[in-house]
Design a binder for this molecule. Structure first.
Ligand code: UTP
Length: 221
């Protein structure tokens, strides 16, 4: 199976134990699967972007800072994986697909300004014809509305990408909302039809469950 795993930066932020656990799980998965990982920037990216904004840097410049942090986090996971990983984070999906020919786990961060690593992972999944895209985020799935603001929000076990796009576009889930996926990622998932699972990345074992077909988090199809 070809697996693309997107790990939110907030899932691994400054957490050595969790990085170690992901490294262990990914090494195991590598024996049976082709594994690609895209790592986010988390709080460190937000800190750096906040500082740059305070200096009136434009948004594209801030995105470039965010991309640099995602690549830094990718290097940290590569360090944790040791010889199981391709040694550098590719800077494009095309380079990632070539890097995979060496048979190691390929870990990358962001690519270009204007989106997040969710979209990078969705495009990579298209590019490498992934069998599954797993988004390991810091919530346990997708809700009907932002659960942090609305106690009556309901977690969805399954939904269509079209419905996800509606939820993201809705006012309730607009600016500042706690969305597990960005709009571009949702649109790529819709057009590609790649089976996608959004799950709680704070419990790395859920990734193995999802690969083994267990219904967990929110299933998009
Ligand atoms: P993340 O992918 O980490 O953003 O990229 P996020 O989803 O908001 O945060 P976490 O990791 O899930 O907590 C960090 C920032 O880097 C820039 C964007 O500014 C993004 O918000 N970025 C990242 C890009 O511009 N392009 C990319 O391909 C990736």
């Amino acid at each position: 199976m070809i697996l693309v795993l997107s790990i939110g930066g907030s899932v691994i932020d400054h957490d050595r134990d969790r990085l170690t656990e992901y490294a262990r799980i990914l090494r195991d998965l590598r024996s049976d699967h082709t594994v690609f990982v895209v790592v986010g920037g988390g709080a460190t990216a937000r800190d750096y972007i906040g500082m740059a904004r305070a200096f009136d840097a434009d948004e594209a410049f801030c995105d470039s800072i965010g991309i640099a942090v995602t690549r830094l986090n990718a290097r940290l996971l590569i360090a944790a994986l040791g010889s199981a990983a391709y040694p550098v984070p590719p800077e494009t999906q095309e380079d990632a697909s070539v890097a995979a020919l060496f048979g190691r786990i390929v870990v990358m961060g962001g690519t270009i300004p204007g989106h997040t690593t969710d979209a990078v992972a969705a495009i990579l999944a298209e590019y490498v014809h992934a069998d599954i895209l797993i988004d390991a985020t810091s919530t346990d799935g997708i809700y009907t509305k932002d659960p942090k603001k609305h106690p009556d929000a309901v977690k969805l076990d399954e939904l269509s990408p079209a419905r996800l796009i509606e939820i993201i576009a809705s006012e309730r889930m607009g600016a500042g909302a706690n969305l597990p996926l960005d709009m571009l990622a949702a649109k790529i998932i819709e057009r590609s039809g790649i089976p996608t699972v959004v799950l709680d990345g704070r419990e790395p074992g859920q990734v193995v469950d999802a690969v083994n077909g267990k219904r967990i988090g929110t299933y998009l199809r």
